[in-house]
Design a protein around this ligand. Structure first.
Ligand code: FES
Ligand code: FE2
Length: 441
């Protein structure tokens, strides 16, 4: 066994061996916050449908910074170009208080409880008590003014931190960066058709939330959804009922920088195929459902789209798992749809917020079906409870080793190309190739 070595830079070329310290080093994590979450990246904050009316707001996070996603008043003539969605930091410009405590609500303005500084919905400072001092009578008996802010105090200079915002198909993204490229360019031409497939031309309907806290590094969640190797092995549910197995038709897509990805696959009928089930301990040939409605899958018209990489052909996936670096997963698993938001909390922990949605055009039966299938996911989901657990176990493994050691991601080689199968860890390698560039490691 190798002795734990001093923390060093990434040992070799490429990205197929990820050092354990990439998950466990607190100082590195602080740099990740600056360079990734607060740097030249767009971060998901929520869905437009969560704040339908003027004044509606919802708390969210960009990295560890808490932000407020709020719907502002917009003049009628500007509504075509400005949906009125603002994202401001939940940190008072006076003494730094995290002033908003309600998870969601409706407000005419935001008032900090400490000294009552009041902000408009767009984050501008509207006013503050005693700005011009308090009238009094001086020792000489003459009227005077006590205190107040200095002469020339400009409200405009003391608003909340306002983030740049872009809304794509009802998904709200924000960034602290003034220079990052427009959102569509950031997401890239390879990934956009898969977002269009789910969202374009449809109004979303909010179905509900799950939240969980997972004791692992935030990148492990991104890896998990870029890892087509594990679902047919770890997840009894997937391998037994055929929702995801190595014998399915699949495709691994990534953007030009390798940071975002789409795992695309089409389910088969389950049951035994000895090449992918033999010896797989999670395959339970005799397992039956007590309530078969959870797998009452009904194909939807929007599943079939022109194949972006094969002109003239169409494609009908049953699963698309989209990872948008650094913190969003958009999931379609048969009739279940959700966004999953990664909120890091130190190098060894993150919150994971699931927002389940459907479409306003759904029949009541389809809404029930989506809700039933949502039981596969979330903290206690029949499938995804397994992922939370292995992420915790991964972090435990890294921590117990100390500072040396590395993970091995060499299924399908060491390259970072797209593939037409799922027997590969290419999407993990491509993310770390990008991460190394950003982090200078
Ligand atoms: Fe917010 Fe003083 S800290 S008003
Ligand atoms: Fe999984």
């Amino acid at each position: 066994m190798n002795a734990p070595q001093a923390l060093s830079r990434w040992a070799g070329p490429g990205s197929s061996r990820v050092p354990f310290w990439a998950y466990t080093d607190p100082a590195l994590y602080q740099r990740e916050l600056e360079k990734i979450f607060y740097g030249e990246h767009w971060c998901y904050v929520g869905l437009e449908v969560e704040i339908p009316k003027v004044g509606d707001y919802r708390l969210s996070h960009v990295g560890e910074r808490q932000v407020i996603m709020v719907r502002d008043r917009v003049a009628p003539r500007e509504r075509d170009t400005d949906p009125g969605i603002r994202v401001v930091e939940n940190r008072c410009a006076h003494r730094g208080v995290r002033f908003c405590q309600q998870q969601h609500g409706n407000a005419r303005s935001f008032v900090c409880p400490y000294h009552q500084w009041t902000y408009k919905l767009n984050g501008e400072l509207a006013g503050l008590p005693f700005k011009d001092g308090v009238p009094a009578t001086g020792e000489d008996g003459q009227p005077c003014v006590n205190g107040g802010m200095p002469e020339g105090f400009d409200l405009k200079q003391h608003g909340l931190t306002r983030l740049r915002v872009e809304v794509l198909h009802g998904l709200v993204f924000a960034t602290f960066s003034d220079t990052v490229e427009p959102l569509r360019d950031y997401l890239g031409a390879e990934v956009m058709p898969w977002l269009d497939r789910i969202f374009q031309g449809r109004q979303l309907q909010l179905l509900g939330y799950n939240r969980q806290r997972i004791p692992g590094n935030w990148k492990l969640m991104m890896e998990n959804i870029k890892d087509p190797y594990h679902p047919g092995l770890l997840h009894t549910w997937f391998v037994t009922f055929g929702l995801w197995r190595a014998d399915q038709k699949s495709r691994m897509v990534m953007d030009a920088k390798g940071r975002h990805a789409v795992m695309i696959s089409r389910r088969n009928e389950g049951g035994e195929n000895r090449t992918v089930t033999q010896g797989v301990t999670s395959f339970k040939a005799g397992m039956q459902l007590n309530d078969a409605r959870i797998l009452d899958v009904v194909p939807e018209p929007w599943w079939t789209v022109p194949d972006p990489s094969r002109p003239g052909e169409s494609i009908t996936p049953t699963v698309t798992m989209i990872t948008l670096f650094p913190s969003l997963i958009v999931q379609q698993q048969v009739n279940s749809l959700s966004t999953r938001h990664i909120v890091p909390r130190g190098e060894g922990e993150f919150d994971f917020v699931w927002t389940h949605f459907g479409f306003t055009e759904d029949t009541p039966e389809m809404t029930r079906r989506r809700l039933r299938q949502a039981n596969l996911f979330g903290p206690a989901g029949f499938v995804s409870a397994d992922d939370g657990e292995v992420i915790e176990l991964s972090q435990d493994g890294f921590r117990q080793w100390g500072q040396g050691g590395e993970t091995l991601c060499e299924l399908g080689g060491t390259g970072t190309e797209m593939t037409e199968h799922m027997v590969t860890e290419t999407l993990i390698r491509s993310m770390y190739a990008y991460w190394r560039q950003v982090m200078g490691e």
